[in-house]
Design a protein around this ligand. Structure first.
Ligand code: ZN
Length: 250
């Protein structure tokens, strides 16, 4: 039986935690996971909306989805799970967050070393001249889509579309963080999106203890997870932080 007290003890003893997070941590922040019930992929076929070739072919069409997603992200704030990770960093226990999310909520919760494996929706990128600018409420009002101020090309949220590579800097930083950590904490991710899902395996191969917090078992659970806690991240992470004296428990 895994108790919060036991996990808190492991974190305290080993220190140097790296968290690997996915959509599950943002669900309680009001951002539905792409896959499953409320997800955007139920409404928008990823082949038509999330492939980079689809964006280049018809940016106007893809921007109908990007606008909706952007509005959801702009309206969201960090969940108790995000805040717990912020508190762990403040206490000097958490070294880095490697996230597959593009919502910027880890930074909102105070984490300073956030490795964004799939980019960030709140930054717009001109693929032509590489200029970046913030994605704001105003950006969602520009029809048919926002264009680069410098060269007039369509802007794209600086996220990794299907068919695009993971940003090199993120890969290098994530690999380094995974290799160096003593505790790899998997939070809210089904572990089916590659190459991101390789990261916890890398940590395990380097001797890290693997703590997994998920609503249901994943490919990690039966392979590398040492301590599995089933449930919502926004309940479990604050409880662990509470055991460490970092957050007040309800
Ligand atoms: Zn440009």
């Amino acid at each position: 039986m895994e108790t919060y007290e036991k996990i808190a003890g492991i974190i305290k003893e080993k220190g140097h935690v790296v968290a690997f997070t996915g959509a599950g941590i943002s669900v309680d922040a009001g951002i539905p996971a792409f896959r499953g019930g409320q997800g955007l992929w139920e409404k928008y076929d990823p082949m038509e909306y999330a492939e980079i070739s689809a964006f280049h072919r018809d940016p106007k069409k893809v921007w109908t989805m990007l606008r909706e997603m952007g509005s959801v992200i702009l309206g969201a704030g960090p969940s108790p799970a995000h805040l717990a990770l912020g508190a762990l960093e403040e206490a000097g226990l958490l070294e880095a967050v490697i996230t597959q999310n593009v919502d910027g909520l880890h930074q909102s919760a105070g984490n300073t070393n956030v490795i964004e494996y799939h980019g960030n929706h709140l930054r717009l990128l001109c693929e032509h001249c590489s200029r970046t600018s913030p994605f704001t409420e105003e950006s969602t009002k520009i029809l048919p889509f926002p264009r680069c101020e410098r060269c007039g090309e369509p802007l794209k949220p600086d996220v990794v579309f299907f068919g695009e590579p993971i940003p090199t800097g993120a890969v290098i930083r994530a690999n380094h963080a995974a290799a160096a950590c003593k505790v790899m904490m998997i939070v809210g991710t089904s572990g089916v999106v590659y190459p991101a899902a390789e990261i916890p395996f890398m940590a395990a191969a380097n001797g890290a203890s693997v703590v997994e917090i998920n609503v249901s078992p994943t490919p990690f659970t039966s392979s590398i997870t040492n301590h599995y806690l089933e449930g919502r991240a926004s309940e479990i992470l604050p409880a662990i932080a509470g055991e460490l004296g970092l957050m007040k428990r309800d």
